[in-house]
Ligand binder design. Structure first.
Ligand code: ME8
Length: 509
């Protein structure tokens, strides 16, 4: 693996249903990580896509009276469209029904078989189609009213008895615990790490990895009766998408981080490294599980009719505002509640008052009084030092926050810079200086424009359009900038005539 490369992934989403705010959340977080790493000089691969096999999908197609392949083609397109709507910078969109993916899955199966990690037996136990997951007896409860058997996820389970291939997961228990110990950053946040470790310590059963009672899946090599368990095929997307089994996959493997929701941490933090270790492939470097969004305090679900369509929020409030809100409102890893009130509060306070106001008033003064022109800074005074050096000082901190997926801290730190800049405007009162000391006014305004440019660079991963809009106003573009420019100042084009900005953020009453 090339040290200068970076690989980040979203889960691949099931195509049984349309995308909603939960999918948008994970995808946006990954996009921000990818954009930051690109700006920070890394050769970056950002992967997303769709998970198209399994009983759940087959049943969804049947319900619509559609041919399964036609159904997945159509539904997958919705997720592909979402990547455009969210302005995702993904480098590839993987689909598990593609030939390259099936080949990679079968290749891994053959290795596991050869390594004596797979055996044929009979599965007897509970299965939840909604979760596409097996459950032990002690995990199942009975719904008082309906008498239905229920998994911990709240979804109904059914009893399954059929011939099945098994993966020898039980033998990996100690090796996994050892792996977690040696790789303390493998699972984030810490609370999830502890949860996974205690689950593994409780003992692992061998895992059923094939089904015979339906056919919508990847065929098991040399046994046409079986299709692979959808999760085995799904996880392999992270390899098939970067060219596995061809050696070129090593350019990006092991992945730097798989971002997932907390619902699927076990698949990623237990099954996935076990499959990989058993196949002799290095596990990913990190799995981070974020929390769950509710809608105005209620669980988001189709049956409650409160699914949030990201399109509608974007139409009403704008894309970058939504991107900002989702990452600012809730520490990544915690659960969050989506409410229009809190979204509006963020727009009015953080965006309109703090950021909007800074950009607006500084650029307007330059436009009105200096005919949009800046000069080279003549003299940095002692009381300029703090704001002048501030961006450079926070860069390292922000890099570390990104490494730990602490987006809310990244944003908090950027907002401290914005607040310092607003304070600097008030303290130096450039409108007054313009009357008393034009040269000094020029320096103060020049420093401020420089700081605004750096704020826009810091914001580029989170709010790419707004950042570019601000940069364009001062004759710059993110295409020609990078995180390196945070430490310098010769990227400012002082020949540029600064434009009077339109209102960037409209307050919402
Ligand atoms: O699990 N809040 O796909 P999926 C936050 N195909 N995130 C949410 C959310 C919510 N309310 N609802 C969904 C699968 N998500 C498998 C993955 S990967 C090899 C296979 C996000 O369509 C969150 O990231 O059910 C969650 O993990 C994912 O959508 C589940 O998507």
């Amino acid at each position: 693996m090339n040290n200068n490369s970076f690989f980040v992934t979203t889960p691949i989403y099931y195509v049984n249903d349309s995308p909603h705010i939960g999918h948008a959340y994970t995808s946006i977080a990954c996009d921000v990580i990818a954009r930051f790493n690109r700006l920070n000089g890394k050769k970056t691969m950002f992967l997303t896509g769709t998970d198209e096999h399994g009983l759940k999908i087959e049943q969804a197609a049947k319900k619509k009276n559609m041919d399964t392949k036609k159904f997945v083609d159509q539904m997958s397109l919705d997720f592909k469209k979402l990547t455009k709507i969210l302005n995702l910078s993904n480098d590839f969109f993987v689909r598990t029904t593609e030939t390259y993916h099936k080949k990679a899955s079968q290749h891994i199966w053959k290795i596991l078989k050869k390594n004596n990690e797979i055996y044929l037996d009979k599965y007897k136990g509970w299965y939840s189609i909604s979760d596409e997951a097996y459950f032990n007896d002690d995990e199942i409860t009975t719904d008082e009213k309906t008498k239905k058997k229920i998994a911990p996820s709240g979804n109904e389970v059914q009893w399954v008895e059929e011939e099945s291939y098994f993966f020898k997961l039980s033998k990996w228990q100690d090796k996994l615990l050892d792996f977690y110990k040696k790789n303390p950053n493998f699972i984030g946040p810490d609370s999830r790490r502890n949860e996974v470790i205690s689950f593994v310590k409780n003992g692992l059963n061998d895992l059923s990895i094939s089904r015979t009672t339906f056919s919508w899946g990847v065929e098991v090599p040399d046994d046409k009766k079986h299709v692979m368990y959808v999760w085995l095929d799904a996880l392999i997307n992270y390899l098939s998408a970067i060219g596995y089994p061809d050696k070129k996959y090593k350019k990006f493997w092991p992945a730097d981080v798989h971002i997932v929701g907390k619902d699927i941490i076990r698949f990623h933090a237990i099954y996935w490294p076990a499959f990989l270790l058993a196949a002799g492939i290095e596990p990913p470097k990190r799995i981070f599980a974020h929390g769950w969004w509710t809608n105005e305090g209620k669980k988001i679900s189709k049956s409650l009719g409160n699914v949030i369509d990201p399109n509608e929020i974007i139409k009403e409030y704008g894309l970058d505002t939504l991107r900002f809100f989702l990452l600012r409102e809730v520490p990544f890893g915690n659960d969050g509640d989506f409410s229009k009130n809190s979204l509006q509060r963020r727009i009015n306070n953080d965006l309109a008052n703090d950021l909007g106001n800074l950009v607006q008033r500084v650029l307007t003064i330059v436009d009105k009084n200096l005919d949009g022109k800046l000069n080279k800074i003549k003299k940095i005074r002692k009381n300029d030092k703090k704001i002048y050096d501030y961006p450079k000082e926070i860069l390292k901190k922000i890099e570390i926050n990104y490494e730990k997926q602490e987006f809310h801290k990244v944003i908090e730190t950027i907002w401290k810079l914005i607040s310092e800049a607003n304070k600097y405007v008030d303290e130096n009162a450039p409108w007054q200086l313009l009357k008393d000391d034009k040269e000094r006014a020029g320096d103060v305004l020049n420093i401020l424009v420089l700081i605004i440019a750096k704020i826009a660079i810091f914001l580029a991963p989170i709010m790419p359009n707004i950042s570019e809009n601000i940069l364009n106003k001062i004759g710059l573009s993110i295409k020609k900038l990078s995180m390196k420019d945070i430490s310098g100042d010769n990227f400012l084009n002082i020949d540029y005539k600064i434009e009077k900005p339109e209102i960037i953020f409209q307050k919402i009453e």
